[in-house]
Each structure stands twice: as C-alpha cells, then as structure tokens.
Design a protein. Structure first.
Length: 158
C-alpha cells in the first residue's frame, strides 16, 4: 500500500480481500479461474486477496457471482472507496481551506491549487504501483476541487 494511506483503509482492504478468498475457496474456485473471469492477472488478484491492493468493484462482482455470495461481496465496495487525499495531506488541505492567504515558492513544481487537470493526471500517473481508475478519478476531483479557494474572498482581498 502506498505510504500515507490510512490504517483503516488498509484494514478494510485486507478484510475484504480475505472474504473474497474465503468465499472462493469455499466454492472450490481457483484463484486463476477467478482472475481469468474478472480479466485480471493471477498476481493482481492475489494482491487484492492479501490486502496489498484495494479490491476492485469488478473483482467483487465476478467473485460474488462465481461463488454464489448473493451480494455479500459486492456490499463491501462501499467500504473500499478511495480516499480523496492521502492521510498526510488531510491536515494541509484543511488548513489551506481556512487560510486567509497562502504563499508558496516552488520554482520546479506547479502548486496543487494552480494545476490543470492534465498536470494532475500526469503527476498521479507517475505513482508506483499505478493507481486504479476509481482512485485516480477521486484524487483528480479532490485536487481540482480545491481550486474553488482561488475565487474565495478573504479579509486579505478587501
């Protein structure tokens, strides 16, 4: 898991992945069969079952159907939603939203408030391991959503 991800999210990943594995084994389905049906690599499914990667909605849907879980695995998706900001940035974002003014000098980096969607995507695409589509969209929305602060009138503007 990427550094900075919350402990709660990691526990949720591990628990949900463990449930997929238990249901799969109970149904007598191999990890390879689940991977092929879901369109994933064997190691990718193993990482999700072990809690190293966030189980995707696609995996939950396929596992639910193959194992006859009747919606019990898909229901876990609500607890696996990606966080909008990494845990180490949450305080910064909160302080930033309460600030009267923000000053920054970054000659080699465009500050987050001024980044275009294309810049945000390019920076987030550099993560290793790569972010899944749902996490990418949540993080892009979070970064771009902060830009409403640029239109906010403060006491310093008056």
């Amino acid at each position: 898991m990427a550094s900075g991800e919350s402990q709660q999210a990691q526990q949720n990943w591990r628990y949900c992945g463990g449930q997929v594995k238990l249901w799969r084994e109970e149904a007598g389905i191999s990890r390879q069969a689940l991977a092929e049906e879901a369109g994933y690599d064997y190691e990718y499914v193993k990482s999700m079952e072990c809690g190293r990667r966030r189980p995707t909605l696609r995996l939950l849907q396929v596992a639910d159907q193959m194992c006859g879980a009747r919606g019990k695995l898909v229901a876990a998706h609500e607890y696996l939603k990606p966080e909008r900001f990494l845990s180490y940035a949450e305080d910064y974002v909160r302080y930033e939203s309460e600030a009267i003014s923000v000053g920054s000098y970054q000659p080699l980096h465009i500050p987050g408030l001024l980044q275009t969607e294309e810049t945000v995507r390019a920076l987030l695409n550099a993560y290793l391991p790569p972010l899944d589509d749902e996490t990418m969209e949540e993080r892009v929305a979070g970064r771009l959503g902060r830009q409403v602060l640029l239109d906010k009138r403060t006491r310093a503007d008056r």
